[in-house]
Design a protein around this ligand. Structure first.
Ligand SMILES: *Cc1c(COP(=O)(O)O)cnc(C)c1O
Length: 555
């Protein structure tokens, strides 16, 4: 007996759709005249958009199987975890006869998918500590129960479900019901039931790139189960479900170096979470924060409607969960970036966030063949300060500009560093100049001019810097550096780039910049330049009034 005996008989019997192309092995140089596609691309520079994509593109299958450490026979890709939930309900539940069990409070899509397909929804509520009530699940099930949905970590409560309890359910419902474990947030919690697939013929694990891989806009999710279940689901998955741009983008996300970056980002987000839990706990409105294993937290507040209203007044949207059983006056908050969380705290404390934090902000994305850069700047906040260009000494220098300039800067660059740091260094300077210009907007109220003379204590380096943000680019740079590289790592900063950096920066900021530097130690001289530019900027960007800083009335 197999779990397929519990699937819809008509679907088990159905032959899946097969395209002409899927019948033959692809070979280079093949001519495709089988699918009524056009032989030209829809715009110049488009790649492979004129052709239907494979139902399950091999390259993406390989990359995701590596990520989840599963065999491709136990694995399928679709448009998000949501589509997987939908496919499972459609392939196993008979309309007007079968039912599913959900364990509220939980994620809404299980119930939605069932209702959409005319399937009854039975409820087995979580216990008061939000753990599974296995006894009630077993009592609630009947001969028509086809799927039991378990969400771990659970949305919206944030807790992980006991894996022993889940395995016990798998054994108890063997050959009767699917146990579908939605592990959308697993990476935040460090849990993983995928290895249990081989032990349980009725276990399905659902994963997605949406949350822990920061790609909700991509629509890429997977189901992992024994082969008979996967084959059945593939039969009802449409023939071309995965858009070509999605496949290409997913492959980029899954590159080993980027996965490392995402792991760091996840850790950073969890640290931010801990910080703000402490903050939020101290607020009058908040009664309790439930323990969370995910990238969101559930708060028990005094008055949920009031809480939502307070946030909304400052243009912050949070999720009221009061409609869920047992969650009266509970609010779910996703953990955002530090600057977003600061706004939340300010809103809840009743300070005016809009004017204080929001005005002089810029966010820039810049992509060329050689580099991809994102910059965030807030001229009226000193944190966050995070720079990662791949050239550690340069990170340190850009940090000096922001730190001494008194503004917050988040700059990330993924550049082609194997050959030379030139592109990375120059493009970051361009993006920083652009972002500063954007954040200054019409420059109303700023000081416009700034200058600084700086002697690094305990050594000989000395820099003089003057800046004018008047809108005209000019660079005067005087300095002779003794060395050609600075920074003692695999990726040093080429010293001939220092002048380039300030040129690109000033040009894109539309500023006049004079720098002269003296000294004997290259490291100290370069550092003096960057610190000096930061200091000069501090005066130039400072708000001093409400006027345009020009006698002509325009800049
Ligand atoms: C957000 C969420 C999903 C949706 O995932 P997609 O891959 O974006 O469709 C699924 N399950 C849970 C529990 C979620 O919170």
């Amino acid at each position: 007996m197999s779990i397929l005996s519990r699937a819809r008989a008509d679907i088990v019997a159905m032959k899946g759709y097969s395209s002409a192309r899927s019948l033959y092995k692809k070979k280079p140089g093949m001519v495709f005249l089988d699918a009524n596609e056009c032989p030209y691309e829809p715009f110049i520079g488009a790649e492979n958009l004129s052709r239907y994509p494979d139902q399950q593109p091999q390259e993406l299958i390989d990359a995701l199987c590596r990520l989840y450490d599963v065999s491709s026979r136990n694995f399928m890709i679709g448009r998000g975890a949501d589509e997987m939930i939908d496919l499972l309900v459609r392939s196993f539940c008979e309309i007007g006869q079968d039912n599913i069990i959900i364990c509220p409070p939980t994620f809404a899509m299980y119930e939605h998918s069932a209702i959409l397909q005319g399937i009854e929804v039975k409820k087995s509520p979580l216990l008061s500590d939000f753990s599974l009530d296995s006894d009630v699940i077993k009592k609630t099930a009947d001969e028509n129960t086809k799927i039991i949905f378990v969400c771990s970590p659970n949305n919206p409560t944030g807790n992980v479900m006991d894996s022993e309890a889940i395995k016990d359910l798998c054994a108890y419902f063997k050959n009767k019901s699917l146990i579908v474990v939605d592990e959308t947030y697993a990476e935040f919690a460090g849990v993983n039931l995928i290895p249990e697939i081989e032990n349980h013929s009725n276990l399905v694990v659902v994963r997605t790139l949406s949350k822990s891989y920061a790609a909700a806009g991509l629509r890429c999710g997977v189901a992992i189960a024994q082969t008979d279940i996967i084959d059945l689901l593939l039969k009802i998955l449409p023939p071309y479900p995965l858009p070509q741009p999605m496949v290409q983008t997913a492959l980029q996300i899954l590159k080993p170096k980027n996965l490392q970056r995402l792991t760091h980002k996840r850790e950073e987000l969890l640290r931010i979470k801990e910080t703000y839990i402490t903050f939020l706990e101290s607020l009058d409105d908040v009664k309790k924060i439930f323990p969370s294993d995910a990238n969101f937290i559930l708060l028990h507040v005094k008055d949920a409607d009031l809480f939502v209203e307070k946030c909304l007044c400052e243009n912050i949207i949070v999720r009221n969960q009061s409609h869920q059983p047992g969650l009266k006056n509970c609010i779910r908050i996703s953990i955002g970036a530090e600057e977003e969380m600061n706004r939340l705290i300010a809103a809840l404390q009743g300070s005016d966030t809009q004017n204080v934090y929001d005005d002089r902000v810029a966010s820039i994305k810049r992509k060329t063949k050689e580099t991809a850069i994102s910059v965030y700047i807030n001229l009226d906040q000193v944190t966050p300060l995070r720079i990662n260009t791949g050239v550690p000494f340069y990170d340190h220098m850009l940090e000096q500009i922001a730190k001494h300039g008194g503004f917050s800067l988040v700059l990330e660059c993924e550049g082609d560093l194997d050959i030379e740091a030139h592109h990375t260094v120059e493009d970051c300077a361009i993006a920083l100049g652009q972002a500063l210009k954007q954040a200054l907007d019409d420059k109303r109220g700023i000081g416009r001019y700034g200058s600084h003379e700086l002697i690094l204590p305990m050594d000989e380096a000395q820099a003089k810097v003057a800046i004018d943000l008047g809108g005209r680019f000019y660079l005067k740079f005087e300095g002779d550096f003794p060395d050609t590289y600075v920074g003692n790592t695999d990726n040093p900063l080429p010293v001939d780039m220092v002048e380039h950096v300030f040129r690109s920066f000033a040009e894109n900021l539309q500023a006049t910049l004079h720098i002269s530097v003296l000294g004997e130690n290259t490291h100290h001289m370069v550092e003096a330049c960057f610190k000096g530019v930061g200091r000069a900027l501090r005066y130039a960007i400072r708000i001093e009034g409400n006027d345009l800083p020009s006698t002509k009335g325009t800049l």
